[in-house]
Design a protein around this ligand. Structure first.
Ligand code: HMG
Ligand code: MG
Length: 298
């Protein structure tokens, strides 16, 4: 059965922008974050405390985290792959962070320069320190439906890494189809495997739309009970360490789908669509939200 409510995690300012080759000003990022909050988004992944050598676009993480104007009831989160990242985020007053691992060894090496086991060992002190500071930690698993280097990924491997993150103290584990190769049946089987160890309400779906399957995959996993969905406005994005990967499923398309299913989000679709039009014009990208493009043409 479908969940009654679905929580959207807006990853546009982070996942959506991290791969943009031309510098985007901090002011534009802050404006994007402000507009998303004003449209009713209640969770915004705002920045990434990663190495600026690895991901130059996220180099202004401090300015973004300290510059944003908080709206009551909105969570502003940041990625923190290690203690250095976490310390930086804590100095900026972050209230929630995320660590990111992978179900693929090769992707783990390319993305965070260590093995899956090493990454989990690295996350332990991040979780400990975050807990001391009263900061919640979300966990990501990448490549849950395929890897750009290894191809097929076994659902059991996804379940194993997700379980490790959950047991370490991540309050929620987001399952990333990093390269968007998944299809609905595969997505369902993966969720079934992971939910043997982790309650369904502690899982999130983070689907990229490279092959145009993201909405179908979401429909399939929401039928299984998934009630947290990561998406990015205008379908912005791509991962620097997953060549050819396009953006996340577009937030506008997810909200339109949910509205049609009678599932509440509290998000104003017209406002969201206007943000998609504005940000894609501002950074010179095509709007990859079909709903956004349709609404803009009305
Ligand atoms: P490393 O080189 O192995 O780390 O990188 P290191 O500890 O040896 O440090 C090397 C240098 O980086 C040092 O600087 C450190 O100070 C610096 P140097 O002495 O050479 O000047 N450094 C840092 N600087 C800023 N912030 C930090 C930090 N840590 C070290 N936190 C590291 C390891 C993880 C840092 C690196 O590999 C990295 O930054 N990777 C970035 C990966 C990334 O951001 N990928 C995209 C996000 S993940 C994603 O998109 C997938 C997701 O959306 C889900 C999905 O779709 O599947 C989440
Ligand atoms: Mg992603």
């Amino acid at each position: 059965a479908f969940p009654k409510q679905v929580r959207l995690v807006e990853v546009g300012p982070r996942d959506g922008l991290q791969n943009e080759p031309e510098p985007i000003s901090t002011a534009t990022k802050l404006e994007l974050i402000a507009r998303l909050g004003a449209a009713g988004i209640r969770y915004i992944e705002a920045a990434s405390f990663v190495s600026p050598k690895w991901v130059p676009q996220m180099a202004d993480h401090r300015e973004v985290m300290t510059g944003l104007k908080r709206i009551d009831g909105v969570t502003y989160a940041a990625l923190t792959p290690n203690l250095k990242g976490l310390e930086g985020a804590l100095e900026c007053g972050v209230e929630e962070v995320a660590v990111f691992g992978a179900a693929s060894e090769a992707f783990s090496q390319k993305n965070i320069n260590c093995s899956v086991a090493e990454s989990l060992a690295r996350f332990e002190p991040v979780l400990e320190r975050a807990q001391q500071a009263g900061v919640r930690v979300r966990g990501y698993v990448s490549c849950v439906l395929g890897c750009p280097y290894e191809g097929e990924i076994a659902p059991a491997k996804v379940a194993e890494v997700a379980k490790a993150l959950y047991e370490m103290g991540c309050y929620e584990v987001s399952l990333g189809d990093t390269i968007g190769t998944g299809t609905p049946l595969k997505a369902k089987r993966m969720i079934e495997a992971v939910s043997c160890d982790i309650p369904m309400d502690k899982l999130a779906a983070h689907f990229h739309d490279t092959y145009g399957q993201a909405l179908a995959n979401l429909y399939a996993v929401m039928e299984e009970g998934i009630a947290v969905v990561d998406s990015s406005v205008a379908g912005l994005g791509g991962c620097p360490y997953a060549k050819g990967a396009s953006g996340n499923v577009a937030s506008e398309d997810v909200v339109y789908l949910l509205d049609g299913l009678g599932i509440e989000t509290g998000i104003d679709l017209d406002k969201l669509a206007a943000i998609g039009t504005w940000i894609t014009q501002t950074i010179g990208r095509p709007n990859r939200s079909k709903v956004g493009v349709a609404l803009a043409a009305k």
